[in-house]
Write a protein that binds this ligand. Structure first.
Ligand SMILES: [Ca+2]
Ligand SMILES: [Ca+2]
Length: 80
């Protein structure tokens, strides 16, 4: 979410499993329960994001996962 200098919201972008190159999610993963700015992890000049999914099942029931999302300046979405 980008903020204007007066504190109003400039724009909002939702990241979900319909987002192009977004995370593969399942019901009750609780994706985004925690979010961190991890800096520019891949060195392309764009800040990247880590988001937790505490009840992700990929490694076993409710083992959890951390999704590291390498961001673009522009974005595209699918299914909207
Ligand atoms: Ca980056
Ligand atoms: Ca689960």
């Amino acid at each position: 979410m980008l903020m204007n200098s007066n504190g109003t919201v400039k724009s909002t972008v939702e990241i979900n499993d319909s987002t192009a190159n977004g995370p593969a999610l399942h019901n009750n993963d609780e994706f985004g329960i925690s979010v961190a700015d991890i800096g520019d992890l891949d060195g392309d000049g764009i800040q990247d994001i880590a988001a937790g999914a505490v009840f992700d099942d990929n490694g076993g029931t409710n083992r959890g996962a951390l999704h590291i999302m390498f961001m673009n300046v522009t974005y595209t979405t699918a299914g909207q």
